[in-house]
Design a protein around this ligand. Sequence first.
Ligand code: R5P
Length: 303
Amino acid sequence: MKVFSGSANRPLAEKVAKALRVDLSPLEIHIFPDGEKRVRLLESVVGQDCIIVQPTNPPVDSAYMELFFIVDAVKRSGAASAVVVMPYLGYQRQDHVFREGEAVSLEVVLKTLEAAGASKIIVFDLHSIKTMQVTKMPLVHLSAIPLFADEIKRRGWDTKESTLISPDMGGIRRVRLLSEMLSGMVFGAIEKERDLATGKVAALAIKELTGSLSKRALIVDDMISSGQTIVKAAQLLTQKHVEEIFVFATHPVFSDDAPRLLQELAIANVFVTDTIDVPKKKQFPKLEIISVAGTIANELQRA
Ligand code: R5P
């Protein structure tokens, strides 16, 4: 088995390789003055099963192009397989035509990946489970939810004194699953509206609560991008007299001003994972990062 890292999240690739007790295989990624990239494997992969670690977070187009080239290089050089570990899958939110005339971006990137020669993809906490229907490639869907359950248990947050909240109705299956791992912790979801043209978010009401709202709320989401969803959810919970709010989100996309918004918000901590590398300049005091490397290594060893 050989493990390669694209440039999107080398720290995670190094952790995965360490857990698998192998070194990362050398790969040259050259960027030409016009921005085009050339990738080149620096050792033989003939007959080998190759793992390529490359989340496709911003700059998303650049991450995808690099991934396509690495998969092509690996397959063209005689590898037996090219397994893509893409802990964050970019373009996932455009999984269907929302408004007449739009492209289905998710389908386009997955078709291209398949055409480049990917044998299988391993992803985390998909935004949309439609993703599995959009591609014929074998897809392994891992989750950070068990890691969040471990963190909640480690902090000793009592099941009866905490409520799990999804900041939108689409995420209710995540809080239901987490509740099952936490002896039936009360859960509910916020009815959210997003203006598709401006991206503005409104949190309208808490729905489908399985009990009463506690003084401590744990907001659980798949990703934080602009931070607007978390801001609106936290404001609504504060209006409902919740006193302590913690946020758990698998993918720290952190676009725009999200780190500042989250640091200034009336919340205690933001737990994310390293599916996306958070550069030092985007880290903030309330941020806690949990690694998914062990989960990935276990999956690769199991398969
Ligand atoms: C939306 O359906 C997702 O689950 C996230 O809530 C959303 O993508 C977060 O985006 P933002 O941080 O920009 O509100």
